[in-house]
Write a protein that binds this ligand. Sequence first.
Ligand SMILES: [Zn+2]
Ligand SMILES: [Zn+2]
Length: 188
Amino acid sequence: MAKHKHSPLTFNVAQLLREEVGSRRHHEFTEEVLPLHERESLRNIAGTARFTRTPSGVYVESTVTGVIHCDCMRCLQPARVAITVTFTEEYVASVDVTTGASLVKHVDDDEDDDRFFIDEHHLLDLGVALREYALLELPMRPLCKSDCRGLCAGCGVDLNVEACRCHQEPVDERFAALKALLDSSESQ
Ligand SMILES: [Zn+2]
Ligand SMILES: [Zn+2]
């Protein structure tokens, strides 16, 4: 992603970082999609965020609504889960906004460091925290609808759209012969 054309979820906080502790900004934003995981994404994103300057960075208070797009665990068709998340996190400045000096050592190397960072261009990516909070809202067993009938374990048809074929079609020759025998005995 080019630095000059960043996501609506990314905010340049350089000016706020130059202000005194306690200074605030209020933002409203929308974004079409934020990838969450391999097959899941958050879409129709709309939210508000309040940024407050702290001694070490920016404290974020945000409320976001969106719709998680994922797969129904029963029928594998698309499932939609509307969510609202409210979170607070501090984003730590990685460089001093005045001097440009690095404030954080080995940000990328330390896997145990789970803090959120404002990057060296003073960009605060709200999507990083939003992704974590949205994933917490992802159901363990998402469904396309509460009464989804799923796929038949025998014939594999989507039982929401067609009838199970397991007992309609003979599965092999012997079964067909048996069925013919039964049919003929019934007609006698
Ligand atoms: Zn389903
Ligand atoms: Zn079946």
